[in-house]
Structures are given as structure tokens and as C-alpha cells.
Ligand binder design. Structure first.
Ligand SMILES: [Zn+2]
Ligand SMILES: [Zn+2]
Ligand SMILES: [Zn+2]
Length: 238
């Protein structure tokens, strides 16, 4: 957090350096980003991403959409618009917040975006099958995504039983937990542990961690087997 002197923000451990939540999902032929928050540009540079087939959006909060403008570099090299998958609510916010990308006559160099609708049906991006999972962020519907044996859920504090069934059977789940104390629209650490255990996921990682969560090394030690904190630049091979 900007200007914060707490032990997490001042920690020298690289696992305590937390940018905004996002993941890259890659198969042999396809690369997808989930969300493009304010750190998108640096995250793409850091991961040395040369080509992106699509961006999937979970929900329209600023910490998940603010970096979309930077797809212009991918447009330049691929000479293609970026495929952006989102539900109607998120599409409306994208059009409102990046209006210059949607004008009839565009200023040269603005991002080229192809908006594609996500209903709740599974769909293919290249050779990656995507199954949307509906979760609740207080009163906002948010999309989680299942890719084969891997499921990514962020910005949730409630998941209905029928949607939990879509997550069951995953080998790895990434789930948001903001901090130890209860929060109005995010799972807390121990609520996240309950979800992971209820769904009997072999390995769960927590993401979207606030500095209020405490230091990675300390919190990770308190967690049950098969449940860990995620960290920026972590790679999971499945
Ligand atoms: Zn802090
Ligand atoms: Zn949010
Ligand atoms: Zn968020």
C-alpha cells in the first residue's frame, strides 16, 4: 500500500510484494490473461508475454480493469484487436471507461478491442476450454473461471451450491482471501479455508491478499496442509 510503514509493506521478502490480482493461463498454443488491473503493463513486461490471445474479465472494479489501455502494444505486434471476454455489466463499464477505443473514427494508436459476451455457457479460447463460475462479491455477480483441473475465483465472499459443484473436482483452486478479519465483500482467510475444505480441493492457493493479511511466511505456516498463500510470479504446472 502506498505510504504504508507496516511490516508487510516494508518486508524484504519478495513474496510480500503484492500487485493487483491477475493470472496468465497458458496451454501449448494459447495464452489468456484473467483481468487487466492497474499493474497489467508491468505484469506483462515482468512475465515477458509476447502474445496474448484474449483477456477474460471477472468484474468491472477498477483494480481489475484499469490496465486495459495497455493492450495497444499487443495490437501493434499482432495487428489484431484484443479479444476481451466479459459479461454485459463489465462490457458496459469498459465502454464507459475507455470510450475512445469504441469511437467510429478513432485517434490513431488507441487500443483495439473486440468485446465478446460471456453468458454462463462454457466456451473455447484457442485450445483452452473455459467454464464460467458465478460467485458473489457482496451483491455484485463476479465470474470465476474453470480451466480443466484448475479454477480461479477472485473477489468473492459467497458461492451458491450449484456453482460450487462446478469447482468440485479441481486439482488446484486459486481463491481470494483479503485478510484475517471478516470483510463485507471478500472472503476472510478462515472463510477461504472453509471453502477449500468443503470442496475437498487437493491444493488451494489464496490470492487478492491485502497487506492486512500479514507476512507471507508467517501466515503460510498457520494454514492446513494443501492450503497456501499464493505469491506474485508463482507458476503452477498442471
Ligand atoms: Zn502496509
Ligand atoms: Zn472487486
Ligand atoms: Zn479486486
Amino acid at each position: 500500500m502506498i505510504a504504508c510503514d507496516c511490516p508487510v509493506c516494508q518486508s524484504a521478502d519478495k513474496k510480500d510484494k503484492r500487485l493487483r490480482a491477475s493470472i496468465l493461463v497458458q496451454s501449448e498454443h494459447t495464452t489468456i490473461a484473467v483481468d487487466a488491473g492497474p499493474d497489467f503493463r508491468y505484469q506483462m513486461l515482468r512475465a515477458n508475454v509476447k502474445h496474448l490471445d484474449a483477456i477474460l474479465f471477472t468484474h468491472p472494479h477498477k483494480d481489475h480493469v484499469a490496465g486495459l489501455d495497455d493492450v495497444r502494444a499487443f495490437n501493434f505486434f499482432s495487428q489484431q484487436p484484443m479479444k476481451v471476454y466479459a459479461n454485459k455489466m463489465t462490457q458496459e463499464v469498459i465502454i464507459r471507461e475507455f470510450p475512445y477505443a469504441f469511437y467510429e473514427s478513432k485517434y490513431p494508436g488507441v487500443p483495439e478491442i473486440q468485446l465478446l459476451n460471456i453468458d454462463m455457457e462454457p466456451f473455447l479460447v484457442g485450445d483452452i476450454q473455459v467454464t464460467p463460475v458465478l460467485v458473489w462479491h457482496l451483491k455484485m455477480p463476479v465470474l470465476g473461471f474453470r480451466f480443466g483441473k484448475f479454477t480461479y475465483i477472485t473477489d468473492a465472499n459467497n458461492i451458491e451450491p450449484v456453482e460450487k459443484d462446478k469447482i468440485r473436482g479441481s486439482e488446484v483452486l486459486v481463491l481470494n482471501t483479503l485478510r484475517k478479519e471478516k470483510h463485507i465483500s471478500h472472503y476472510s482467510l478462515w472463510e477461504g479455508v472453509e471453502v477449500a475444505q468443503e470442496l475437498q480441493i487437493p491444493q488451494t492457493y489464496f490470492t487478492h491478499l491485502s497487506h492486512q493479511m500479514g507476512k507471507h511466511a508467517d501466515v503460510d505456516l498457520e494454514l492446513p496442509d494443501g492450503i497456501n498463500l499464493a505469491w506474485d510470479t508463482q507458476v503452477i504446472n498442471l
